[in-house]
Design a protein around this ligand. Sequence first.
Ligand SMILES: Cc1ncc(COP(=O)(O)O)c(C=O)c1O
Length: 461
Amino acid sequence: MKKTENKQPSGAPAIAHYSSSDMNKFGGVYATPFRNEIAGVFITELVEKYGSPLFVLSEEHLRQSVRRINRAFTTRYAKVRQAWSYKTNYINAVSAILHSEGCDAEVVSEFEYDKARRLGVPASRIFFNGPYKSRNVLTKAVKAEARIHVDHLDELALLEEVAVDLGILDFPITIRLNFDTGFAENWGRFGFNLENGQAMEAARRIAASPNLKLTGLHNHIGTFITEPRAYAVQIGIMIAFMNSVEAATDCTISTLDIGGGFASPNAMQGVSLPPEQIIPTPEQYAEAICGALAIGLKDREQQGKPLPELVLETGRAVVDEAEWLISSVIANKRLPDGKRAMVVDAGINILFTAFLYNHDVRPTRPVEGILEDTVLYGPLCMNTDVVRQSVRLPPLKVGDLLSFWPVGAYNNTQWMQFIQLRPAVVLVRQNGQVDVVRRAETLDDIEAPEHLPSDLQPDFS
Ligand SMILES: Cc1ncc(COP(=O)(O)O)c(C=O)c1O
């Protein structure tokens, strides 16, 4: 046997920077945080049974999260509805749990509308947003009396045509508004602008139509809004517009839909403070919003007008913290510049929010050793497949597991089948049972819509 065969693989020596923040006040090293269970079920058992990578949802976390938001608002304002924003996570089990908690549905496409209907949501409990609604889906939605939010004048004209064709009078609709709150950049591409008079023009067009009737106002100021006062300003502006539009067109507004945007406990990239210091609680959002409603609507009942219902389309703040992604270490590497790297089996194709957040990444067992800045690469053969630019991790072995959290918002909808198949999603039920709510994809799933003309079948004989 040659001597070299016994040698351990080696690389260039590297110096790991030992940070004082890794030590406690006695000079000892803090125990590396780890997570070995989700809602009482061991992660290793989940991975053994359902494979890696694996998305793991917790029913208990999801219910607690939506209930807390609901409680924060219903204890402060009389008429509140939560419309679950489907695009945030439309796995049926997630939507079904939220509907069982009393949520309506907020959808933004024909696909999402059909999905909600197939799940059994009555059309009257579907809030239909989005810049593109075909004649086909508008006809379905009007017939079924869904709550349609008009985005632009062309859609208004189309909707009127549909109502005329169906012989419907006074079909109640909502218009989406956009305006500047001074806090977040105005999403001016959606809805009718308030400052330049477009919104009032749309309201007059609706008032002039015997087939349509304006009953609601909608606005979504943006996403991950960490300043509750932004909503107080939003409410003030919407109420002022409600008063002017009612006076100008003799309509009655019965719904104020303030969209979504509450932040989840995730660490936004580029923000130095940790989420626990900057993310408002649901109660803080509710206090700002309901306080502004109380001020703006104080004379409304005396004027003989109904208190408008408040609609919330909260997405990420409901579901983000109820889901984890478990991924396995595939390889340890030392980069040419000396930095430590790991290859893991979950890539940006399934963890889309890695572009936005520094997720909380932890091993799933206690690991001893010096923490070191590590870049985490996914399994895709793409240079951009970086699920974390830099995270301090202890030494980990091939096969060790990492948990990424919170990942419940916008990953199971924006993920894509690219190079790798998409993994399973399991739900830990409140009784500890585990249900597969989306099985792992197979090659057959991907090829099902394809057709290979017979003369193109390769022949390698
Ligand atoms: C109209 C509308 N409502 C609700 C949401 C949900 O937003 P979030 O997840 O920030 O709560 C969005 C997201 O973009 C949206 O566009």
